[in-house]
Design a protein around this ligand. Sequence first.
Ligand code: SF4
Ligand code: SF4
Length: 173
Amino acid sequence: MNIDTCAAIARAVTTGMPLLSRIVTVTGRAFARTGNFRVRIGTPVKDVVAYAGGFAETPEKVILGGPMMGAAIHTLDVPVIKGTGAILALTGADIGALRRTNCIRCGKCVQVCPMRLLPARLVRYSERFDAARLEKLHVMECIECGACSYICPARKDPLQSIRIGKQRLRKAK
Ligand code: SF4
Ligand code: SF4
């Protein structure tokens, strides 16, 4: 649990106050100014960006959440929700080093997975949606930590494919 979540739980238990706002880390080289801001739930991301001073340069990619577990967004017209811990804006120079190639079967994703899953194979079965194999390989045990995406030298971003596989499996059930 991060400390903001712990504080929110304490507030809810001791006062009955639901979660009305959360601390959002605004960071990344594309921002003119970075910092931590307390933001009301439901505030549009574009308003948070404007409050932080806007972009110093046009971002190549904006990610809601951190670099490990976050997901890229295609518009700033989305709200801050309870899980929005950060807004990360990356520049073209940041992304330039992250070009994706085919899986080189290095096995690094397997070595780092704290749940002892086989991320590379989960990616394969998520992409072609093989429900039986996904279940056999315990895809639902993935805790979405992002370690496999972080370590992957091919920049395959296994987590994103696995997330989609989990969603499709849930829907199929
Ligand atoms: S995101 Fe899932 S598959 Fe990847 S390392 Fe974490 S637990 Fe393992
Ligand atoms: S770390 Fe990336 S390149 Fe290596 S096996 Fe896993 S998915 Fe393939």
